[in-house]
Each structure stands twice: as C-alpha cells, then as structure tokens.
Design a protein around this ligand. Structure first.
Ligand SMILES: NC(=O)c1ccc[n+]([C@@H]2O[C@H](COP(=O)([O-])OP(=O)(O)OC[C@H]3O[C@@H](n4cnc5c(N)ncnc54)[C@H](OP(=O)(O)O)[C@@H]3O)[C@@H](O)[C@H]2O)c1
Length: 279
C-alpha cells in the first residue's frame, strides 16, 4: 500500500496516514511502534504529555529505516507555554526521542483560560523553532477558529496543521472550515472515536456492502475528506487493518451518509478546547 502525501502550507509534505501513540504505555511503546513500522507506517504522532517519546525513539533507532523516510510529530506539554519553557521543553522532547529534528511540532492545547490567555507568545516561540531546522514544520492542536485567527493575525505565521477531534459522531466542521479557509490542514484525532463508531449501523452497512471493516470505512471517510489521520492500536492485526485503506474508495453518497452522523458538541469524546485548562 502506498500512503498518499499531502503538501503543507510551508512546502513540506506529510503522509496522510500515520500511527498515534496516545495511551500506549511507556514500557510497551518501543515494541508497539516497532510493530507499526513493520506494518508499513512511516508517520508517528506522539506528545510529551503521553510520556512515551523515549519508546518512539527506541523503535525508530532500532528499525534501520532512514530518518528521511519517517515523519515524526511531537507536542508541547501544557505546563510549558511560556516562551523560555517552550525552548527548554522542545530540547527535552528531542533528547527523549533521540532525534536531531522533528518533522512537526505542535502546541498541544491553546489553554485560553491560562497564561493570561496568551497563546500568541507561545506560538511565536514555537514558530521560531523552525529557524535552525530542528522543527521542520510547526502547527497547533485543539485550536478553535478564534484561536487560529488570533495567532495568524498577531504573528503573521500560519500553522501547518490544526490537530483536532474529528470522527463521524463529531465532525468539528467549523474548526475544519476555519483551517481550510487559511490553508491549514486538519489532522483528525481519535479518527475512529476511540472505537465508539465501529458498531454504528450506517457505517456497518457500508462496510458489509464493500467487504471492508467498519474501521477501514471510517478511516477511508477521513481520507476522502482530505484530513490527516493516525489511528492508534496495540494490536498488530488491527494496525494492518487500519493501514489497508488505499485499495478502495467511498462514493460521494457514502461519504455524505457518514458525515450526516455528526451529533455536534454532543458527539465530543475529549474536552472542549474553549474551557480545557489542565496544566
Ligand atoms: N491532540 C490531541 O489532543 C489528541 C487527543 C487524542 C488523540 N490524539 C492523537 O490521535 C491518535 C488517535 O486517537 P485515539 O488513540 O484517541 O483514538 P482512535 O485511534 O480513534 O482509537 C483507538 C482505539 O480504537 C481501538 N482500535 C484501533 N483500531 C481498531 C480496529 N481496527 N478495530 C477495533 N478497534 C480498534 C484501539 O484499541 P487497541 O489499542 O486495543 O487495538 C483503541 O482503543 C492518538 O493516538 C494521538 O496520537 C491527539
């Protein structure tokens, strides 16, 4: 299977499918990521908050895969939003990963009720990390349309991506549209809703008709919509299943039927970024 690449607004490219390691226990991360690399994944999404950057780095080091064939993302931890802390925290992430650069570095949460509401100086500090090539691209996560608008207007620097919760039960369409209007690609986190969408009747009917699994149909739905995804699994057979989504397509009607499952804010799994304040 060849995973398509998308071009970011800074000219770099990103594999549209990757592997996420949220909730992968630190002591199982190296083995889990090794299995994912063996299954063909070349894009790994981690975060300092997940506590497993070291295991990701160990798997990469042990894989024998050339660094330039891999795309690695990590994210700024919430207690480190002040500009000096951004720089220190980024150094710590590179050390944990055992890498001299990451392909993408994100502000994990905007935290608009913390740090006097100043995520703009955090963004400025993150953006400066591209200067010496240690972060190839930079972006944000969980930014609402007004958060995006503020950082772009006040710094003039476009984030390459906004990584937000998106799955069939929570389309997050306003945040997706705000990104699309500005050339900011959407990364859809929890793409299968942490498993909650897999027993949905509409998705099940499409999957049965196409001879695919509900997970494959859901992941393909994201691909058709142009978003970037990195499903997580601890099971090699599911990693393989989730990777095999490029030998079929969904009709526009099937895409629309899945998009119509959107329950708005009620469909959210994670916290609302407008009020999330855990530091
Ligand atoms: N920026 C943020 O704030 C944020 C927040 C959440 C997530 N993320 C990122 O997005 C990634 C994916 O999100 P997620 O991990 O929350 O959820 P997800 O990928 O939607 O779902 C993962 C869950 O689904 C199960 N699963 C995976 N593939 C399956 C399959 N083919 N059939 C049945 N069950 C399957 C997994 O179980 P097993 O592991 O037991 O297979 C796990 O319980 C994360 O790992 C992380 O990188 C970012």
């Amino acid at each position: 299977m060849t995973v398509p690449s998308l071009t970011l607004n800074d000219g770099n490219s990103i594999p549209q499918l990757g592997f996420g390691v949220f909730q992968v226990p630190p002591n199982e991360t190296a083995a889990t990521v090794t299995s994912a690399l063996e299954a063909g994944y070349r894009h790994i999404d981690t975060a300092q908050m997940y506590g497993n950057e070291k295991g990701v780095g160990e798997a990469i080091a042990g894989s024998g895969i050339a660094r330039d064939e891999l795309f690695v993302t990590t994210k700024l931890n919430n207690p480190h939003h002040r500009p000096d802390d951004v720089r220190r925290s980024f150094d710590e992430s590179l050390t944990s990963l055992g890498l001299d650069h990451v392909d993408l570095f994100l502000i994990h949460w905007p935290l608009p009720t913390q740090y006097d509401g100043d995520f703009v100086s955090t963004w400025q500090a993150v953006a400066e990390l591209t200067g010496d090539g240690r972060a190839k691209s930079v972006g944000v996560s969980n930014f609402e349309p007004d958060h995006l608008e503020r950082i772009i207007t006040e710094t003039g620097v476009l984030p390459a991506v906004n990584q937000i919760e998106v799955h069939p039960l929570f389309g997050n369409e306003e945040a997706r549209a705000a990104g699309a209007e500005r050339g900011v690609l959407t990364e859809a986190w929890s793409p299968i809703g942490q498993g909650t969408v897999l027993d949905n009747a509409v998705i099940g009917e499409i999957a049965a008709r196409l001879g695919k699994t509900p997970a494959q149909v859901t992941l393909r739905w994201h691909i058709e919509r142009g978003d970037i995804i990195f499903p997580k699994s601890m099971h090699p057979e599911r990693m393989k299943e989730n990777f095999e989504i490029f030998d079929f397509t969904l009709s526009p009607d099937d895409v629309a039927a899945i998009s119509a499952l959107d329950k708005g804010a009620e469909g959210r799994i994670g916290p609302d970024p407008k009020v999330f304040d855990r530091v």
